[in-house]
Design a binder for this molecule. Structure first.
Ligand code: ADP
Ligand code: MG
Length: 392
């Protein structure tokens, strides 16, 4: 499949100026009055209105005249702002095929000027319906209608910060390259999600390595919280890379024990079922026993004794405590709801922004392409001297 970003190539400097004006307006308007867009963009001779029509045609904005003549960004519009900014920064030069569709993300290959292929993760929090977000008790209700923009940006920021810190501490994670808005650029992991693997040469070793990662994370003060066969990549040499960090929490989180046990249980369950493995005893890779519970399973109490401070370092970086609390609440309440909701898998169809997602897939013209094909659609970095306030 190929992501055709041709529309981006043909968008003018004014198009981006107006698109950015809509984004700015969305800081305090769900639907940004056309007049305000015009004032922010500051184009001469009513140029803004003409540009808005073009953006609408390209599905980069959504028109809403229910209460007044107004516009809001679509996912596609937000994607293009992030992509444009990163291209201008020289982070990559082209966008290729889609390599992953998560529940709340889309992942594409991108390529740098010199042909290095990287992975681009576009966060889509709020894409799936979420009762709690819609309920009266909702902490985000005042901004629910445009929370996807806000939450997706926070998720990307958090993922980038965690990926970087984990990489710096020697964890097998993709290399964090850059981040803008809801978009994270990282190295491309060779291999496949573990869920796709039917057979392993050394299932015992892989199992120990994976379990060891959960333990080592906790020793550094962190719990992945979504540690399962979908978020573990494995290559032909059976080397493990873990991905997907927006939901990570500190070991001091009030539900830390439950999250830790759940991560461990996921791995046991998967290996029992898929590889018929029943590891009676967990032994660290250097051969020394670790302090396990009676079943030989790593226990939260034992790892907590040595818990490091990566969680504190991370809490101090990137975004504010309030932002972190808001996003963690969203992610974890949502996960709880999903696990207690049998119909959760159909949520995507009921998406609040469903028209945007469908529109995005259509308007981006994702076409069949040889899976080995490299990204081939070059985006020109036209207005790299745009003022930073407009590029960011
Ligand atoms: P989500 O949060 O939506 O679950 P993930 O980060 O787990 O998103 O990514 C979804 C899928 O995209 C993964 O299962 C994997 O197949 C692919 N993927 C994600 N990141 C990378 C990467 N850096 N390299 C290669 N494939 C990736
Ligand atoms: Mg995932």
């Amino acid at each position: 499949m190929k992501l055709d970003v041709n529309a981006l190539r043909y968008l003018s400097k004014d198009d981006f100026r107006v698109l950015t004006a809509v984004e700015m307006g969305m800081r305090n308007h769900e639907i940004v009055p056309a007049e305000l867009v015009d004032r922010i963009a500051g184009l001469k001779h009513g140029g803004t209105y003409k540009v808005l029509r073009n953006l609408l045609k390209n599905k980069l904005v959504h028109h809403d005249a229910t209460k007044y003549d107004g516009y809001r960004l679509t996912y596609l519009g937000y994607d293009f702002l992030a992509i444009k900014t990163l291209v201008n920064r020289g982070v990559f030069a082209s966008v290729g095929r889609q390599i992953g569709v998560g529940k709340e993300s889309d992942i594409f290959e991108v390529a740098t000027e010199d042909g290095t292929v990287l992975a681009m993760k576009l966060h889509r929090l709020g894409r799936t319906s979420f009762r709690a977000v819609k309920s009266k008790r909702d902490y985000l209700q005042h901004r629910r209608s445009f929370n996807w923009l806000y939450l997706s940006r926070l998720a990307a920021l958090k993922e980038f910060a965690f990926m970087k810190a984990l990489g710096d501490h020697g964890f097998p994670v993709p290399t964090a390259v850059d981040c803008n808005r809801h978009c994270v650029i990282m190295s491309l992991v060779q291999g496949y999600p573990l869920v796709q693997v039917k057979e392993l040469q050394n299932p015992d070793d892989v199992f120990d390595t994976i379990l060891g990662l959960v333990v080592r994370l906790a020793e550094h003060g962190l719990i992945h919280c979504d540690f399962n066969e979908f978020n573990i990549m494995i290559d032909d040499e059976e080397k493990i890379t873990m991905i997907d960090f927006p939901q990570m929490v500190s070991v001091s989180h009030r539900n830390a024990q439950m999250f830790f046990d759940r991560d461990i249980e996921c791995i046991y369950k998967f290996f029992r079922k898929r590889f018929h493995l029943s590891s009676e005893k967990y032994v660290e890779q250097d051969g020394s026993d670790i302090d396990d519970d009676e079943n030989g399973r790593p226990s939260f109490q034992s790892v907590q004794k040595s818990a490091g401070s990566l969680d504190k370092e991370l809490a101090a970086s990137g975004f504010t405590r309030k932002e972190q609390v808001e996003m963690d609440k969203y992610i974890h309440e949502k996960a709880e709801e999903e696990s207690s909701d049998d119909d959760s898998t159909s949520d995507r169809d009921n998406s609040e922004d469903g028209d945007d997602v469908a529109g995005k897939i259509n308007s981006l013209k994702i076409a069949e392409q040889d899976s080995a094909g490299a990204p081939d659609c070059t985006i020109e970095a036209r207005d790299s001297n745009e003022p930073e306030t407009f590029a960011e």
